[in-house]
Design a binder for this molecule. Sequence first.
Ligand SMILES: *Cc1c(COP(=O)(O)O)cnc(C)c1O
Ligand code: SF4
Length: 340
Amino acid sequence: MQENIIIADKRPSTQIYASWQRQLSQAIRDPATLCKRLNLDDSWLPGAATGHQLFEICVPDAYLTRIAPNDPNDPLLRQVLPVSDEASTPQGYVTDPLEEAEHQPVKGLIHKYAGRVLLIASPACAINCRYCFRRHFPYSDNSPSRAQWQEALDYLRADTTLHEAILSGGDPLAANDRQLAWLVEQLENIPHLKRLRIHTRLPVVIPDRVDDALLGWLAATRLQKVMVLHINHANEIDQAVIDACTRLKQAGVTLLNQSVLLRGINDSVSTLATLSERLFEAGVLPYYLHVVDPVQGAAHFDVPDEEAKTLVKQLLEHLPGFLMPRLVREVPGKTSKTPL
Ligand SMILES: *Cc1c(COP(=O)(O)O)cnc(C)c1O
Ligand code: SF4
């Protein structure tokens, strides 16, 4: 059992917090601390401060320990350290690149593809990734209350063509287990739903998130369970992550991974091959490799299509077919991801 720790903060004092919640509440949330902890030169501070104003820093310790100190090019650091490039606004880079605002029949529910809907189960994340396409998402408008969940559940109940509910966010596992267990119980009472899919980075960012409370409701549901982790680099997979994946598999969860192809982080054949190999060691299969969405503040991560296609072609020569992620992009208005 995880030890539950009560912490004094703004939240109601009667509530008991899990280890992962305490770790999240203690995450680094300012540029100076991040640079100091990693022994980065002061020259990184102004850029970090600029980016931080646009999208605040959030890096929990469990993730920080996988970043090498003294190395501004560390592939994990580059995912979380804001830089001055984020302030540039090239043409074609927008704040809602996926035009999701147009596909929300009810609050907190996005229905774009046949047979499956996406539910915004939590507005929060455990880490703020600089390339995130949701960095401008109006989460405060999209964090449904229970009454609003009823509307989303009614929508799911009414459409018998829906077989899969996808919990997304933010990071859905940033919600507490009481709320999640309630939501999943509502979902499993909808007879035509077969699958529960969870898109999350939390088991990677704070492996202690995979605790008994989470495993309890996961193991109990009749729904088939798929978890899509978001891992971009092999260095993110340490022993604690492998152990968390093992616990998830023991609870009957199928584990997949999606990555984003990021300039300076994983845009090489050897880095991508190592990532696939390492994922499989953790019991996770590669699913998608996304090109960066044209979101304002992330243009410097962009890898041009031609280069991305060449990389994947070369990757084919290094990996068995089942370790090959599919290179895709999300195009607004399309009824599926678009293969490149
Ligand atoms: C990506 C996405 C899905 C899931 O697509 P898959 O190809 O099934 O992984 C579902 N709904 C929305 C709105 C999405 O953006
Ligand atoms: S939604 Fe995913 S990619 Fe975006 S900040 Fe949260 S964890 Fe990172």
